[in-house]
Design a protein around this ligand. Structure first.
Ligand code: TYD
Length: 150
């Protein structure tokens, strides 16, 4: 795991990751390997595209899943919230990823026209891993925090 270049950027445990870049006059190339460039085994990849102007995606948190969010094309904003701290990250480079740990609420907004949001996830899709109600998430996050302090 020591090779994962995590740069802690946040109070919610998120990190910005710089992926390798092979620069080439024919066009640049970036590659990502499980446990080497992201701190988890990649079990699923999905992407958001054709997002209409003004739309919001996300609006949930995960009980166990970790993920890395990449702007493969264009730009968008990721709002993160651990139930206590809230912060905003603007993603606009295909060689940078925002690592989002478990138990962090995320909202993706401000998609530029034609943008593509690529997500590397640590788990296969499982609806029971989602918090889709913000109030329920905040209560669970506070309870977990109180438990880890005592
Ligand atoms: P959701 O995770 O809420 O999307 P986002 O957070 O990016 O807005 O998922 C939207 C819908 O797609 C929901 O009905 C579940 C389904 N879905 C899958 O079937 N498989 C997947 O891997 C993902 C991410 C979503």
């Amino acid at each position: 795991m020591s090779s994962v270049g995590l740069q802690r950027v946040s109070g919610v445990g998120a990190s910005m990751i710089d992926f390798p870049r092979i620069r080439d006059h024919r066009g640049n190339l970036t590659f990502i390997e499980s446990l080497r460039h992201v701190p988890f085994t990649i079990r699923r990849v999905y992407y958001l595209y054709d997002v209409p102007a003004g739309e919001m995606r996300g609006g949930h948190a995960h009980r166990a899943l970790q993920q890395c969010i990449i702007s493969a094309s264009g730009s968008f904003t990721v709002e993160l919230d651990d139930g206590e701290n809230r912060e905003s990250h603007f993603l606009n480079a295909p060689y940078c990823g925002l690592y989002v740990p478990r138990m962090v609420w995320r909202e993706l907004t401000n998609f530029s026209s034609g943008s593509i949001c690529l997500v590397l996830a640590s788990e296969e899709y499982d609806e029971s891993d989602y918090f889709r109600d913000y109030g329920e998430f905040v209560r669970a996050a506070r309870k977990e925090r109180a438990g880890s302090v005592s």
